[in-house]
Every structure is written in C-alpha cells, then in structure tokens.
Ligand binder design. Structure first.
Ligand SMILES: Nc1ncnc2c1ncn2[C@@H]1O[C@H](COP(=O)(O)OP(=O)(O)OP(=O)(O)O)[C@@H](O)[C@H]1O
Ligand SMILES: [Mg+2]
Length: 364
C-alpha cells in the first residue's frame, strides 16, 4: 500500500518523541547498573571469581538491553529499506514488551502468552517492532477507561501466529471496511494520522504474512497475524560464543576511531585474536601513519564519521599508500558508507568483530 513518505516521516517523528522519554529513563537505569557493577569490580577487595563473573554478566546483559533500545530508536528515525533476517518472534515480543508497557501507560495491563513451539520468521525486526507498537497503541486507544491487552504467539505448522487482543470498543463494520487505508482514522484531528494499520499491512505483507481481524462491538478486538515459519539457522549471537571459538589472525590492522574507550576495546579484542594493531584517533593521524609507510597495513578498520575528515577520505588515502589494503567501515547508521563497501554495524560484540575482520582478510 503506497504511503506518502513525508507523512510517514512525521508519524515516525511523533512516535519517536513518545519513545524518547521512555528510552532516556531506561538508559539511565542501564547506565546505573553498568557503572555500579563496574565500580564494584574495581573496588571490592575480596571479590570471589564467581562473584566477578556474575557482575560481568550483569554488565553484558545491561549493554545488550541498551543496544536493543538504540535499535528500536533507529528503526523509527532512519530512512532505510527493510533488512529481513531470521528472527525468533517470541524473543522479539519479550524484548519489546517493556517498551510497549511504557507507551501504553499504567491504566492498561499488557500480558504475554508465548508458545514454546517454533516461532522463527523471516522479517526485519525493527519493522515487526513497529507492527506491535501500532497494534498495541490502537488497542490502548480502544480502552479509554483502562483494561488489558494480550499478546500471544502460537504455532500451527507451517504458520507462526501473533495475536494482539483488547477488551475495548470493538470495530463497527464501516470502520472495518476502510481501516487499512492510509490516512483513514476515526480519531480527532491531531490524535491519529491513520497510517498505523496501513503500515502494519504493508510490513506484514512484505514478510509474506496475512492480517486477520476478529471483533465484536463493546467486547473487543483481536488482530491475528499469520507469518510463514522460517526454516533456517538462527542468527549468530555473541552470547553463545566463547573467546576460544573466535576466528584469529596475524595480520596488521589500522584502527581509526575517535571515541577513545571504544578504540581501546577494539585494540584489545583484536590483539587477543593475534593481530597487530595500529591506532589513530582521527583521519589526519591515520593518513599520516599510512603515508609514513613504516609498517605494512592489511586492513583498515575505520569509523565512518570522524572529526575533520570522514572515513571515506581516510580509506582513499590509505589505499593510495597500500593498494592491497582491505577496508571495513564501522557505522551506527548505515547510510554513509560507500556503495558496496564492507560494513560493521555498531553496536558489535567480539564475535561480530572477529568474524567481519577475518572474512574480509580471507577475500584477498
Ligand atoms: N483495536 C482497535 N479497536 C477499535 N478500533 C480500532 C482498533 N484498531 C484500529 N481501530 C480503528 O481503525 C482506525 C485506523 O487505525 P490506524 O492505526 O490505521 O490509525 P489511527 O490509530 O487512527 O492513527 P495512528 O495509528 O496514526 O495513530 C482507528 O482510527 C480506529 O477507528
Ligand atoms: Mg493506530
């Protein structure tokens, strides 16, 4: 269903505004957890090994949660085509429900009931987040005096089903007939754009799914979304990989990143993988290092956005000095890398970094 792009952007902006408050709140909690455990790790004199591991696990969990949050924010803010992948619908619902609870407010309870059976689908996770967000906000709006929303998943081979139910007003036939049209809304002007369900329809259709609606006036509504089950391996996660499993190498890598703590982390991770690491804090430093030509450089790992010069300029200059150099761009947004260039999306963990570096070096 065609949706006007500017209108889409303004809906996204509204949603973004609604989310920003909740995200800031969540982020502060996560940062408190991270800093608290990190300080205890540094300062507690007789910490047992087991306790240290537990603290570090808490830090990792908080960091993962923080990267989920940025993923959700970016989903709303960036203009980017869908990036479908194999994803676990249950896991996505679990991750998103905290955010949904904040958006719907305290008068409404959100219950989830997730099937233990297969729930792998093929879709862009940030788009499925948007589907859930739209359906849940509609459900809330249908229950002005509060109530309960249920999200359930079920598996009827080969269909993975997602349901969002409310005990609200129900939908009259004349609204049912038009509600998937872009800009169709029964809400007062300024309250709704009428794009929610048209977006839901477009996204679900793109993922090979179908939307069905059951409703009874005065009793409530259930939106049923049926996705085809996706057979295929689950996405790699850093959680499962231990350091010993990581691909290694002995090549020389020039790391260009202006954020010092991140640069140090990358250097440490790469050095543990056996690589030799040269560091530069900005483009000028990197280019000077390359032009000096003192040591060979096999791979340039550079941030896209750097002070003074961008990653592209750095890549060009380094490639002029080392024609065989491979280039891997690190990016948090995605739109600024040259077409066809290798890219490592932030945030990344040790496995993603080690794999991307090894793959690129092995292409030579
Ligand atoms: N769960 C529901 N219960 C009752 N009516 C609903 C429900 N979901 C959607 N509707 C009806 O369908 C209309 C269209 O929904 P849609 O999500 O496309 O737009 P909107 O909610 O009005 O605006 P926006 O999503 O941009 O805030 C709504 O205005 C409402 O009348
Ligand atoms: Mg809506």
């Amino acid at each position: 269903m065609p949706v006007d792009d500017d209108q889409l952007q303004s809906t996204k902006l509204e949603a973004l505004g609604r989310l920003a408050g909740g995200v800031a709140h969540d982020f502060n909690n996560l940062l408190t957890v991270i800093e608290g455990y990190a300080r205890m790790l540094r300062d507690e004199p007789d910490l047992s090994q087991a306790e240290a591991v537990e603290y570090v696990d808490e830090i990792i969990r908080a960091a993962n949660r923080a990267s989920d949050l940025t993923r959700q924010l970016l989903a709303f803010s960036r203009r980017q085509s869908a990036q479908p992948r194999s994803l676990d619908l249950n896991e996505l619902v679990r991750h998103t429900s905290g955010m949904l609870r904040r958006v719907i407010g305290e008068d409404i309870q959100l219950e989830t009931d997730l099937s233990a059976e297969a729930s792998q689908i093929f879709a862009d996770p940030s788009q499925i987040d948007q589907v859930l967000m739209n359906l849940v906000v509609n459900a809330r709006d249908a229950m002005p005096n509060g109530g309960q929303i249920r999200i359930t998943t079920a598996f009827h081979d080969p269909v993975v089903e997602l349901r969002v139910s409310d005990r609200g007003s129900g939908i009259p036939p004349e609204v049912m007939a038009r509600m998937f049209e872009p800009f169709f809304t029964t809400k007062e002007s300024g309250q709704g754009t009428g794009l929610g369900l048209s977006l839901v329809h477009a996204i679900v259709t793109q993922a090979g799914g179908k939307v069905e609606v059951e409703t009874a006036l005065g009793q409530g509504t259930t939106f049923k979304i049926r996705f085809p089950l996706h057979w295929g391996e689950a996405a790699d996660t850093d959680a499962a990989a231990t350091e010993r499993d990581l691909p290694r190498g002995r090549e020389t890598i020039l790391v260009v990143e202006d954020e010092e703590p991140l640069r140090s982390l990358i250097r440490r991770l790469l050095e543990r993988g056996g690589y030799r690491v040269l560091e530069a804090a900005d483009g000028d430093e990197a280019i000077a290092l390359a032009r000096a030509g003192k040591q060979s450089i096999d791979l340039l790992l550079t941030d896209v956005m750097l002070p003074h010069r961008n990653g592209r300029d750095v890549a060009q200059a380094v490639a002029a000095a080392y024609p065989n150099v491979r280039v891997l761009f690190m990016s948090g947004y995605g739109e600024n890398t040259p077409p066809g260039a290798a890219r490592l999306e932030k945030p990344f963990g040790p496995l993603k970094l080690a794999t991307a570096v090894r793959e690129l070096l092995d292409q030579r």
